[in-house]
Design a protein around this ligand. Structure first.
Ligand code: MLT
Length: 271
């Protein structure tokens, strides 16, 4: 039974979607569309909410610069607006992982568990920050699609490019829809993000870390570092997957998530 607060009275209601919630935060320069196999397959277990971050997908293309904190708060505001019961599970891929870690820092009491996919804890190096500025210049001079065109050959595993033309086209379509404001704004957010390494040892919730064995953008060694530093964590390295394991190997990705959710919510029922 849920409750909706109005000015005059509290109305109780039943909701067929009264299941725990899984928030899916997309990577750069993508949108909630990247979670299509999860939206299709995880709905029997959880209520899945996948926002388009500001500047991406169907969300407004507001001018930047953005911050990781602002992006985490956008997600928190959405879940609050939807009256989602807490705690819920927060899953972020790559830039979405940076946001998930910030979400945990800001709202730890709302987080039942974290799923960190294809991401890293560390901040950008000075060289990395300069690279973000160069990429933003490229976007401003040649359009946001110049950035996605540069990134596309590195987004997935070499085997995916050989075997799954349809998926490559799907990812290209999502990436090329990103707005200039979104690309430039999110590049600034990633450039200026803080180092999450000190947070890792303090995470007081179960964490699932998922990484593609052939990730060309963030090496699996980053996932191993997080696994060693986070007290209650599991690590799943997915073979024949690059930076987008949820799309390249959706069955393996979804099975890992379902196992994690089942264990998590069994534990909660016992408590
Ligand atoms: C992403 O996939 O979200 C980005 O590649 C992350 C990054 O550039 O650090």
């Amino acid at each position: 039974m849920s409750e909706e607060h109005d000015e005059d009275f509290v109305m109780a209601f039943q909701d067929s979607c009264d299941r725990p919630t899984l928030l899916l935060i997309h990577g750069f320069p993508l949108s909630s569309q990247m979670w299509t196999p999860q939206l299709e397959d995880l709905g029997d277990y959880v209520r899945v909410i996948a926002p388009d971050l500001r500047g991406f997908g169907q969300s407004d293309s507001v001018p930047g610069p953005y911050t990781i904190t602002q992006l985490a708060d956008d997600c928190a505001d959405l879940l609050n607006h939807l009256n989602v019961a807490t705690p819920f599970v927060v899953c972020g891929l790559s830039m979405g992982g940076y946001i998930a870690l910030e979400f945990y820092r800001r709202y730890p009491e709302q987080v039942a568990g974290l799923i960190l996919a294809s991401t890293r804890a560390g901040a950008d190096s000075e060289e990395g920050k300069a690279g973000r500025d160069k990429t933003a210049e490229l976007a401003k001079n040649e359009g946001a699609t110049a950035v996605s065109a540069n990134m596309l050959p590195k987004m997935m595993a070499p085997s995916t490019y050989e075997d799954d033309e349809e998926l490559v086209e799907f990812v290209e379509e999502i990436m090329s829809a990103a707005s200039l404001n979104g690309v430039v704004g999110a590049l600034a957010a990633m450039r200026d993000r803080i180092d999450s390494t000190p947070t890792l040892g303090d995470i007081d919730a179960p964490v699932l870390i998922i990484h593609g064995a052939d990730d060309q953008l963030i090496p699996p060694s980053e996932a191993e570092l997080m696994y060693k530093a986070i007290p209650d964590s599991d690590l799943v390295i997915i073979p024949d997957a690059g930076h987008l394991p949820n799309l390249e190997q959706p069955d393996i990705f979804n099975d890992a998530v379902i196992d994690f959710l089942e264990e998590l919510f069994e534990e909660e029922e016992e408590d």
